[in-house]
Write a protein that binds this ligand. Structure first.
Ligand SMILES: [Zn+2]
Length: 327
């Protein structure tokens, strides 16, 4: 998929930096080892020489090819073994002088042949999601700041249910993967749906997953502008970014006004993510009856059939906080 110029540049810089970092780190470890175990430097130099010779032999492929090849290869392996032994006997890990790549597939070049490596594509997708999130204007929420105290005032049943929801969300976040189930947060406004869905998104992002979060109406507006050529960057494809994200949080389904473009866009996102097996968390103030009344059957059957419903109970927590003079 196309990405904005800025994202492409940032990604290319990060890939280059990864490559340089792997080399720098190796140089640093080499210097450290040579200081602690000077004889290793000599063996290391010999091993490097045999590696070069080995390459030459392979390229020349002359009469004694097989014999020379085996001989030099043996010397090379012996040297490497000596280095490993010396490292271990001096308290270093055995592979301390091997390059440690961020990605072994492409050895941090970002490419496998002419094809972009998986690590490069993941990086582009993560940067696109981050750029989108930075414009989302959503509160910064985590589990630590979610208090059950407010629900006590609504009675034991509400408190029990909300404790259960909190436990479920924490567990969901802890075991999150790009194949986790999709969730539907149902309940009146101000009951903590946004807070808990953002807490999950934050936990997923901390685990290295790309987690896009935003209000549904905001996403639909951005996609609409891009679709009709009014986007800020002709290359950015928000729809695809939302479909590809490991986790997508769509906040406040039901607050958008109805249009056939919005309806088909929403269905496309929900349906495509379901086909990919990627989890989506949708929150809504609508009851299940209201959802059925307001949306077409194919969207409703996707959501009711594929999402785990989590029901939020209680009185408006934001209101209670406000009454108590908290923000
Ligand atoms: Zn790679």
């Amino acid at each position: 998929m196309p990405y904005s110029k800025q994202i492409c540049e940032t990604a290319a810089n990060i890939i280059k930096e990864r490559e340089l970092r792997a080399e720098r780190e190796l140089d640093r470890r080499k210097a450290e080892v040579e200081k602690a175990v000077p004889e290793i430097a000599e063996i290391y130099a010999q091993v490097s020489r045999t590696s070069v010779e080995l390459t030459k032999v392979i390229l020349r492929r002359d009469g004694n090819y097989r014999e020379n090849f085996e001989k030099i290869k043996k010397q090379n392996l012996q040297g490497q073994q000596m280095i490993s032994n010396l490292l271990v006997s001096h308290g270093f890990p055995e592979d301390y002088l091997k390059v440690k790549y961020f990605c072994d597939l492409c050895q941090d070049t970002g490419y496998n042949g002419v094809k972009r490596c998986k690590c490069y594509n993941e990086l582009l997708s993560r940067l696109a999601v981050e750029a989108l999130n930075s414009e989302a204007n959503m509160p910064d929420c985590d589990f630590e700041h979610f208090s059950l105290d407010y629900y006590k005032e609504s009675g034991a049943e509400v408190y029990r249910k909300m404790s259960e929801n909190l436990g479920f969300c924490k567990e969901y976040a802890a075991s999150f993967s790009a194949k986790s189930p999709s969730l539907l947060f149902i309940g009146k406004t101000g009951l903590g749906k946004t807070h808990l869905s953002l807490s999950i998104a934050k936990a997923a992002a901390e685990k290295g997953y790309s987690a896009a979060y935003g209000s549904l109406i905001n996403y639909l507006r951005i996609i609409e502008n891009e679709h009709f050529g009014r986007g800020q960057d002709p290359n950015s494809d928000t729809m695809q970014t939302l479909i590809d994200a490991d986790l997508l949080v769509l906040d406040d389904l039901g607050s958008e006004f109805r249009s056939s473009f919005y309806e088909s866009t929403l269905y496309n996102i929900v349906n495509s993510r379901m086909n990919l097996g990627h989890p989506t968390i949708i929150s809504t103030n609508f009851s299940s009856d209201e959802l059925q009344k307001n949306y077409n059957d194919r969207l409703i059957s996707r959501i009711f059939g594929g999402y785990t419903p989590i029901v939020f109970l209680g009185e408006d927590v934001r209101m209670l906080k406000h009454l108590k003079g908290e923000n």
